[in-house]
Design a protein around this ligand. Structure first.
Ligand code: HEM
Length: 464
């Protein structure tokens, strides 16, 4: 497995421009635009297909979205250069809508020195040596999932996947006995928020979302519940004598640039941003993994055999994670073909260049991990599900930045090790106990929202 390693936040950031001799060029306009509408209709109709096809038009191409020009990056090398450059930041209307819902001081949307300080503050909760302490909670939640499916009833995969993802994130990062019931309430709030958030980000209708119709009321109530719950959890931790090494402790200890404790609002926004980011992504990946297990029973059997050899009949535990390479390769291959984060955006803060191309200050830039990770120039049989391509002797041939489901650089996902441990424990536990078949009514076509996942996956869990 060759996911890029965690960023060294102390390292000097690189600039966006690889050395060049000629004058930078204006990137070509992507093919297929329609006068007046540009490429917007194509992007809306089939975003994955459209973004994947752009590689045929160039390494950097211009898209016309109504009156706006957006720059799309299509090569692994330049997505790496973009992510490592200091000439780009997080920004633009999508991020502003997210901030208005989740808060302005969360690490996922801040920039510059504040972002750097926030990353340093949360890092202790995500370091490789912090993860074993979360192991028992992750293993227990994986085990509970297996037990819940014993009844033989059809599994609604979306509900179950998001539930386990939220419970693991909430219980690991804010450890305490007060979390069990509150995790369920966070699950309920986030389930409603995840279904309405993408619409609010891409179609910012402002006041219309405040009209007192049932859907808006439900969304706004869920949002208010989430914020209230986070305040309750922070207050409960302050009142408790127990201070486990977790995200909440790291935030309560964090200092600002003047050496003062960080403010209440920042602690709150950080918890909301991190639990939300860690739940929607992991939930989507668990769904995609279950689809893979149903579609490739031979892989499910192979995982079963691996777990049986390494673990025997006892429940899988954190100590087993590193001894299950095939299970990990199935997860990585699933992330390659169905990355939870299918599109990433940045905004240029200054006139700059990427490769041979000029990017003007203020321009919005996009790239798609989905398109990059299915590029036939990087992967033989690029659309085939082949976990063995991550065996060390084959993985070494994958070009740099051609596999970055967690991103690269100073914005790289802090939850990468956390997620791999969690997904390995879940996948090992469920594939050990069951084989899977899709049930009538299941719709496994991709659903494109903030994350990528199957639309409505219904499975039969067939005990071994
Ligand atoms: C399979 C699971 C996950 C995937 C695929 C994933 C992927 C990503 C990606 C692609 C980014 C953005 C990188 C960029 O903008 O260049 C990101 C950022 C982030 N992720 Fe994850 N993530 C996952 C799980 C988690 C978990 C478990 C947590 C925490 C509990 C988490 C917390 C965050 C945060 C806070 C950010 C913002 C970081 C920043 O802007 O500095 N993620 N993630």
């Amino acid at each position: 497995m060759t996911l890029e390693s965690s960023p060294d936040l102390s390292a000097a950031p690189e600039k966006g421009a690889p050395s060049r001799s000629a004058e930078p060029r204006v990137p070509p306009v992507a093919a297929g635009g329609v006068p007046g509408l540009g490429h917007g209709w194509k992007l809306a109709r089939d975003p994955l297909g459209f973004l994947s096809g752009l590689r045929d038009d160039g390494e950097v191409v211009r898209l016309k979205l109504g009156p706006k020009t957006v720059y799309a990056i299509t090569s692994p090398a330049l997505t790496g250069a973009l992510a490592l450059s200091t000439d780009f930041k997080i920004g633009g209307p999508l991020w502003e809508s997210l901030e208005s819902l989740l808060g302005k001081q969360g690490v996922a949307t801040t920039n510059g020195p504040l972002h750097q300080r926030q990353r340093r503050a949360i890092q202790p909760a995500f370091r490789l040596d912090a993860i074993p302490a979360y192991g028992p909670i992750m293993a227990q939640e994986a085990h509970d999932l297996v037990e819940r499916w014993r009844s033989g009833a059809t599994v609604d995969v979306m509900e179950e996947s998001f539930r386990v993802a939220v419970r693991v994130a909430a219980r690991c990062l804010m450890r305490g006995s007060y979390m069990d019931e509150r995790s369920e309430r966070i699950c309920a709030a986030l389930a409603t928020l995840f279904s309405g958030m993408y619409q609010r980000m891409v179609i910012p209708l402002g006041p219309l979302y405040r009209l007192p119709i049932p859907a808006n009321r439900e969304f706004n109530r869920a949002l208010a519940d989430l914020h209230l719950l986070v305040d309750e959890i922070i207050a409960a931790r302050r009142a408790s004598s127990q201070k486990p090494d977790d995200l909440l402790s790291a935030l309560l200890k964090a200092k600002d640039e003047n050496g003062e404790p960080i403010g209440e609002q920042e602690i709150h926004d950080q918890v909301v941003a991190i639990v939300t980011a860690g739940s929607e992504t992991v939930g989507s990946m668990v769904m995609s993994l279950l689809q893979v297990l149903a579609d490739h029973p031979e892989q499910t059997d192979k995982i079963h055999e691996e777990v049986k050899t390494v673990v025997g009949e006892r429940p899988v535990s954190f100590g087993d994670v590193r001894k299950l390479p095939h299970t990990a390769n199935v997860i990585v291959e699933t992330m390659r073909l169905r990355p939870a984060v299918w599109i990433l955006t940045r905004r240029a803060v200054t006139d700059t260049v990427l490769g041979e191309y000029r990017i003007p200050a203020g321009a919005d830039v996009v790239y798609s991990p989905y398109a990059i990770q299915r590029d036939p120039r990087s992967y033989a049989e690029h659309n085939e599900f082949d976990p063995d391509r991550w065996l060390p002797e084959r993985a070494k041939d994958v070009p740099k930045y051609a596999m970055t489901p967690f991103g690269v650089g100073n914005r790289k996902c802090p939850g990468d090790h956390f997620s791999m441990a969690e997904l390995t424990l879940i996948t090992a536990a469920i594939a050990f106990a069951y084989r899977f078949e899709q049930a009538p009514g299941s719709d496994d076509r991709p659903r494109i929202g903030i994350t990528l996942r199957p639309r409505r996956l219904l499975l039969k869990a067939l005990p071994r």
